[in-house]
Design a protein around this ligand. Sequence first.
Ligand SMILES: *Cc1c(COP(=O)(O)O)cnc(C)c1O
Length: 383
Amino acid sequence: MDKEIRFNRPVILGNEIEYIKESILEGQISGNGKFTKKCHSYFEDKYGFKKCLLTTSCTDALEMAAILCEIKPGDEVIAPSYTFVSTVNAFILRGAKIVFCDSRSDHPCIDEGKIKELITTKTKAIVVVHYAGVACDMDEVMDIANENKLFVIEDAAQAIDSYYTGRDGIKKPLGSIGQLAAFSFHETKNIISGEGGMLVVNDERFEKRAEIIWEKGTNRSAFFKGEVDKYGWVDIGSSFLPSEIIAAFLYAQLENLEQIQNKRKVIWNRYYEGLKSLDEQGKLRLANIPEFSSNNAHMFYVVCKSFKERDSLLSFLKKNQISAVFHYLSLHKSAYHLAGNPLVDLPYSDHHSECLIRLPFYYELRENEIDFIISKIEEFYEC
Ligand SMILES: *Cc1c(COP(=O)(O)O)cnc(C)c1O
């Protein structure tokens, strides 16, 4: 290989530029226009989400979720420590205290069995993250939440087009199970719009208020639908909606969702087949996908045995022009959290934080590049 294999490359393979041009020529590039509505309908039709609202990021969608759950100072929110900061920052902004939960020993997702012991009279919500698009055990999570009257917010940033099959045998799209869910269309995700996200409202109690918060605290959406005869300031809110330029780009991606997903699954399987024997020999660990979850091929990761080994593998790959990355420093050990909270012991969050590596993964990654990466990892473990 003569050139570096990048970690990510944004995919563009359809009418992205055509639709952006169309929105500009038609004279509406502010939000909630034709392409925004097309995206909303696409998601509502394909996945049966009750109500969708595009946002400028998943971070924004999570902030809307925190407002909708009326999180206030003194409330506690349970969330995994092994996640991106936005998962919890959204709730911190409303004054919540975050109670971090550990990951499973065999998977980076939240350990459902450890949630119950963290619930107090102040707990208001549980935020779960479907890491790598792999489902948390949502029957378990929803049972705990319902028993304790807690909201469940799915951070589905990585989980587009992935499914959970519950005890009843019914396959449900991730993002359709909690009261609220947040998706990301950041350029590192499967379906992208540069920056971008979406709030999914599954509980109809939140539908009207979600639109108001989305439109800066005004009932502008209701006004344009003819439901009220004037619009004004009725609640708190912010400018959460993206411009039509972003929605136009996103819609072109959605038209190619199947093609993108099929290709990503081919890449994922090629990695898996190539690295499987190292897993079998106990040299590293590949993703464990529970029976109740589908695999949306969001990322390919391997888990090393120790921090030291991960460090050497990363340097070895770098020396061979392969940009692999690690991520998620345990949030319970972050400077921000520790400034106001005692240190707790969450060994499996730390384990994934110290030992996990994400390999290059994007639509245009070529077979010979994947094979080269596999051969280098094999070479590393031979010596
Ligand atoms: C990417 C990501 C986010 C943030 O998404 P943005 O659209 O960049 O705000 C939040 N949570 C998780 C788990 C993510 O992977």
